[in-house]
Design a protein around this ligand. Structure first.
Ligand SMILES: [Mg+2]
Length: 249
């Protein structure tokens, strides 16, 4: 393998630096929000509703375009998902769906945390003189709230948030913009993240090397045509990869 130290690294945020889905009890967040608002609907078993919500959510987020629109307005997407799930019980109540969606959003936000040693790893990358960019999809407001809450901004030379930049991963323009902003070539750049399409397939198409975070050690998706440059289980393993590569300048 043609190993060379990178000059820049592009990092994903959710489930790369921050535990957003991974390790978060999302079922618990749903149960709390259902319990808070479903009191008047005695004929609905909360566990049955949870099942229907999860079915609908899985359908909703499986389509790239629905995903793109939905992640830019999570409240609305969740309201639609819950509304459709409630309809399975013949309940047509957008206000109820909205209330459950709001509480669920609050519970999810409270549950977000830094992965162990994520900040120490980012600090290490900086101390090696690497240029860093943060590329995160989603609406600008919640994404920036997380960036501020966890003090991430000072570590990055460039921060691109989909809702603010107007384009998100896997659109090639966002990776091109990042490498241009960092003044590096794609081949001298690594992209690190947990989404195979957004952080491996798309950036590798333009010459960036993709490092995939496979949290559960499940292996690359069976239909994947592209191999990532490296696979890691968690962000701190980046340091070991960098240590393995000899400096050749
Ligand atoms: Mg991610």
């Amino acid at each position: 393998m043609n190993d060379q130290l990178p000059k820049a690294i592009l990092l994903d945020m959710d489930d790369t630096i921050l535990a957003y889905d991974q390790g978060v009890d999302t079922d618990g967040c749903w149960r709390k929000s259902i319990q808070d608002h479903l009191a008047g609907e005695n004929n609905v078993n909360p566990e049955d509703l949870l099942l229907r919500i999860k079915e609908r959510a899985s359908w909703h987020w499986s389509d790239p375009e629905r995903h793109r629109v939905g992640r830019l307005d999570l409240y609305k997407a969740r309201q639609e998902i819950i509304g459709a799930a409630l309809m399975k019980f013949n309940i047509d109540d957008q206000a109820l769906a909205g209330n459950i969606a709001r509480t669920y959003g609050e519970e999810r936000d409270k549950a977000v945390s830094l992965f162990p040693n994520a900040i120490e790893t980012i600090r290490d990358l900086r101390s090696r003189g690497l240029k860093l960019a943060l590329l995160t999809n989603g609406n600008a407001k919640p994404q920036w709230e997380k960036i501020r809450k966890f003090g991430l901004a000072p570590f990055f030379d460039c921060i691109l948030v989909e809702g603010e930049f107007g384009i998100g991963k896997p659109d090639e323009r966002i990776y091109f913009h990042a490498v241009k902003a960092l003044d590096v070539r794609p081949e001298d750049t690594w992209m690190v993240g947990d989404n195979y399409q957004w952080e491996i397939v798309a950036p590798q198409r333009i010459g960036i090397k993709g490092i995939w975070i496979d949290h559960k050690g499940q292996g690359i998706p069976s239909k994947a045509e592209d191999q990532p440059y490296r696979i890691i289980r968690a962000l701190p393993e980046l340091t070991s990869i960098l240590k393995e590569i000899p400096e050749c300048d």
